[in-house]
Design a protein around this ligand. Structure first.
Ligand SMILES: Nc1ncnc2c1ncn2[C@@H]1O[C@H](COP(=O)(O)OP(=O)(O)O)[C@@H](O)[C@H]1O
Ligand SMILES: [Mg+2]
Length: 346
């Protein structure tokens, strides 16, 4: 892990800054948002993807750095260009273990990856924040349908539903996994934005929290499985994310979600020095209106892409179109002006 002091020293030399990230779906709102805020951008891209990302006229970066492989982030070039990296899900995934070691300032706190990477740690975080989670079941205690999650399974791919210990032994064996109670309810993915600088939003101990939007993932086959069942089939349920849909919360849930965001944020300071900027809590709401959380993403999530011009919530904070991408750029711009970048960049 690169030390915070080292990153602070780099930042202290920046006379100006540019926003850099790997070209991906989320990078489109990051680049467009930066442009709306008057900040120059750098897109890191593999040669075969350049044409695609160049084709989005208003969302292409001002310049590209072409790489052979995303595990080789061009640190020197980025430093020369005074870059600050905005990490998104694909960035963390593609850069892998190199992420912590990157010798370039990254928006947010890179310590968060350690807590995000391990499902066990994530549940520890949620419990410390006093947020309900699905029960974690020991394999020999499985009595009904339970969800088996393997490490690193991206986008819910490869998850399994088992119904008994025998079933578990047969299909999972001694592979590393976490078994969770299968929750029945409606999924909701709130997009939060934490700022220690802003004076608008929901108050927390360390700053303010905005609700930038809520989405719901559309997962195959789970979300269309009723059709197959009606057709007389017995398909297995799987959770491959195909896309995202916008969502607004029932009125009585709004306050509870803000409290969940607040507690996740405040606990992040107790555990690893805080989470800055965008984060998402993946939840399921039962018919008794109980909210359960099963995952935290400590960065911009794909679901925010349904709101490139702001959401049903962001317009209650901003009189202008405010995507999460633009909000990120705004935060960096304000922090730079106030000489407070080092608080939100590591
Ligand atoms: N305990 C649970 N009960 C029911 N469905 C769940 C549960 N946990 C996860 N899911 C479903 O599985 C999907 C993927 O789970 P998640 O833990 O978010 O995996 P990933 O790490 O791939 O994002 C979720 O979006 C949700 O639809
Ligand atoms: Mg998830």
């Amino acid at each position: 892990m690169v030390t915070k002091d080292k990153i602070d020293a780099i930042l202290a030399d920046y006379k100006d800054f540019k926003i850099a990230t790997i070209c991906s779906h989320s990078s489109l709102q990051i680049f467009r948002g930066a442009r709306q805020e008057g900040i120059k951008t750098i897109g890191i891209v593999k040669a075969d993807k350049k044409e695609l990302y160049e084709s989005f006229t208003h969302a292409k970066p001002d310049e590209f750095i072409v790489v052979d492989d995303y595990s080789q982030i061009p640190e020197k070039e980025l430093l020369e260009k005074n870059a600050i990296i905005i990490p998104h899900g694909s960035f963390v995934e593609y850069s892998g273990e190199n992420f912590e070691k990157l010798n370039v300032p990254i928006y947010g706190n890179r310590n968060s990856v350690i807590w995000e990477r391990s499902r066990k740690k994530m549940f520890e975080w949620l419990h410390k924040a006093k947020i309900k989670t699905p029960k974690v079941i020991k394999p020999d205690e499985i009595t009904g349908p339970a969800l088996v999650k393997f490490p690193g399974a991206k986008g819910g791919r490869g998850y399994m539903i088992v119904s008994s210990y025998e079933d578990f032994q047969l299909r999972v064996g001694d592979r590393e996994c976490m078994v969770q109670e299968f929750l029945v309810g409606v999924r909701a993915y709130p997009h939060f934005f934490f700022s220690p600088i802003s004076d608008s939003g929901y108050k927390t101990k360390q700053g303010r929290l905005e609700l930038m939007g809520v989405d719901r993932r559309v997962e195959s086959s789970a979300d269309e499985i009723a059709r197959a069942v009606s057709a007389g089939m017995k398909p297995t349920m799987s959770f491959t994310v195909i896309g995202n849909e916008p969502m607004v919360l029932r009125e009585s849930l709004l306050g509870e979600y803000m409290e969940i965001g607040k507690r996740v944020s405040e606990t992040s300071f107790d555990l690893f020095g805080g989470m800055f900027g965008p984060f998402c809590v993946e939840t399921i709401v039962t018919e008794d209106l109980e909210i359960y959380a099963f995952e935290i993403s400590a960065r911009i999530v794909a679901g925010t892409n349904v709101y490139p011009d702001g959401s049903q919530y962001s317009l209650f904070y901003y009189d202008e179109p405010m995507s999460v991408g633009r909000r990120l750029a705004r935060e960096l711009k304000v922090a730079f002006k106030k000489k407070r970048l080092s608080e939100i960049v590591y």
